[in-house]
Write a protein that binds this ligand. Structure first.
Ligand SMILES: [Zn+2]
Length: 311
């Protein structure tokens, strides 16, 4: 079905500390320094800006003390952050070094542009730094019911982002409700209780909502055909109907993608500030009024990854 969680984090416990839980979107004043494109690296630059401007990460980076156990990739990530934090554009060689460390992973080679969500997953995996990953952890619970005897079983799965296919122009909240709709599984397996192959219905619940909800809008199908459907991106989202806590989330960052394939084209990002939005296009940073961004988000055709902070 049209549901994937993009999760490579199948086990572990979702934990958060109180300090992180209380953080609000407005805690981070975006840093207005861009990052040089060293050749097909706009997908890295856009994702780095979103990570740097994630409140829990920004706070943890400021408190970070040099630690010999840190991975080389984290040290390089820190260098780039530190430079931006100090108001200085990161050095060319530091970006090259960062990319080299990423390239050691088999999915990342020197020449190809990559999907920024793949980068997000591979980066968090190899940077191996808890405070970078923790804000994104959430958990889904699947309840599977046999239509014959009503026997039910439960499974859980951790995720760091939700990936949602776009099949029509609509609101994001509608896409989310559809994502969590009960679905019939085409399983040939026999029910463990009644031993019949009757239809199984799967209900999905967001059993542990993450501190930061990352939503990938999948605009490409398996044939790499792009969906240009305009989505209305709500800046405030209440997750009702599939999450018992009905948490409120606020949008603070958007990665846009333009182009014919997710492996080509151009990535940019928008980061929310107290009174406006900043638009990061590699080295260039510009300011947009709330009105312009509000209008754009009403009928967004290029938004690809959305970052929501739990309130
Ligand atoms: Zn049964």
């Amino acid at each position: 079905m049209y549901r994937t969680t993009n999760s490579s984090y199948g086990s572990g416990v979702v934990t958060r500390n109180k300090e992180q839980m209380s953080q609000k979107t407005q805690d981070v004043d975006p840093m207005r320094i861009g990052i040089e494109n060293i050749g097909n690296t706009c997908y890295i630059n856009s994702m780095l800006q979103c990570l740097f401007n994630t409140p829990a990460i920004s706070t943890a980076m400021k408190q970070y003390k040099d630690n010999k156990n840190s991975t080389e990739l984290f040290k390089q990530f820190y260098k780039i952050w530190f430079s931006i934090q100090a108001g200085i554009e990161p050095e060319h060689n530091d970006i090259i070094q960062f990319k080299k460390l990423m390239n050691q992973h088999r999915e990342f080679d020197n020449f190809n542009q990559q999907d920024c969500i793949e980068f997000f997953h591979v980066f968090l995996d190899i940077v191996n730094t808890g405070f970078l990953t923790q804000p994104f952890f959430g958990q889904l619970t699947y309840q599977i019911n046999c239509q014959n005897c009503n026997n039910s079983s439960k499974q859980t799965e951790q995720f760091i982002n939700l990936s949602i296919y776009i099949e029509q122009a609509c609101r994001l909240s509608q896409l989310l409700s559809d994502y969590f709709k009960p679905e019939q599984l085409n399983s040939q397996e026999k029910c463990k209780k009644c031993q019949k192959t009757s239809p199984l219905i799967r209900k999905t619940n967001l059993s542990a909502p993450p501190m930061v909800l990352v939503i990938q809008l999948k605009r490409y199908d398996s044939r790499q055909t792009r969906s240009n459907n305009a989505i209305e991106i709500e800046q405030s989202l209440i997750l009702k109907g599939f999450c018992d806590q009905s948490p409120l989330y606020k949008l603070y960052a958007v990665i846009n993608h333009q182009g014919y394939s997710i492996y080509s084209g151009h990535y940019t990002c928008l980061i929310k500030a107290a009174t406006c939005w900043y638009y990061f296009n590699d080295q260039r940073v510009s300011e947009y009024s709330n009105k312009v961004v509000d209008d754009e988000l009403q009928k967004s055709q290029n938004s690809y990854v959305l970052f929501y902070q739990r309130q």
